[in-house]
Design a protein around this ligand. Structure first.
Ligand code: VGL
Ligand code: ZN
Length: 205
């Protein structure tokens, strides 16, 4: 069984959002077309409390983009984003969200970030995504969403480690590129781990 896994297609990652990914909105029509090809669709939502420690605003004298140590884990500081129950945390209104069968929430613990849709960055807690996919008999994942060099990458790498066959729909992803080259490096790292790079048009119905 195959499934489409949408990563964080939320307003704050789209132009106009607080952590806007360049051209993030360009993936939405591509995702909508791809959605029709899958019987099973699961989506993640970045879902932070307003005092989440990945927010630069929570650290006196620190700026967005700086790296800190957060309880022993390296943490990039972000603008406040995807705060629970806010408009920024909602799916893009242009996304055909009715086609989503299940939503996985991540990043809800103030003290640890969760880039992967499967585990928090400390790998202490599972989100329930693996259990859900297993219950549905999913062995093959097609991944799309934002951002290529953060949540998409860590989700794809965990999926490989958990034993899924993983394809990344490259025209349905965009990255942050905080440091230029980050997106290219992320693609290379995923490929080296066994993720297959495909285009949306190559997906069979
Ligand atoms: C993400 C940075 C912070 C992502 C989430 O969805 O890639 N990036 N939180
Ligand atoms: Zn986040």
């Amino acid at each position: 069984m195959r499934a489409l896994l949408l990563v964080d297609v939320q307003n704050d990652f789209l132009p106009g959002g607080s952590l806007a990914v360049t051209d993030g909105d360009k993936i939405v029509p591509v995702v909508n077309e791809v959605l029709e090809k899958f019987d099973l669709v699961v989506a993640t939502k970045d879902w932070h409390p307003d005092d989440h420690k990945s927010f630069a605003s929570q650290h006196f004298g620190r700026d967005v983009g700086e790296q800190i140590d957060l309880h022993g884990l390296s943490q990039v500081l972000w603008p406040d984003h995807c705060v629970q129950q806010t408009a920024g945390s909602e799916f893009s209104s242009d996304l055909d969200a009715a086609a989503i069968d299940h939503v996985i929430y991540k990043g809800d613990d103030s003290h640890v970030d969760s880039y992967s849709g499967f585990f928090d960055n400390g790998r202490r807690h599972a989100t329930g995504l693996h259990d859900w996919l297993q219950a549905k008999g999913v062995t093959e994942l097609f991944i799309a969403g934002l951002a290529t060099d953060y949540c998409v990458k860590f989700t794809a790498l965990d999926a490989i480690e958990l034993g899924y066959r993983v394809s990344l729909i490259t025209d349905a992803c965009r990255g942050v590129d905080l440091n230029p080259g980050d997106v290219d490096a992320a693609i290379k790292q995923m490929e080296a781990s066994g993720v297959v790079m495909i285009k949306s048009e190559d997906i069979e119905t």
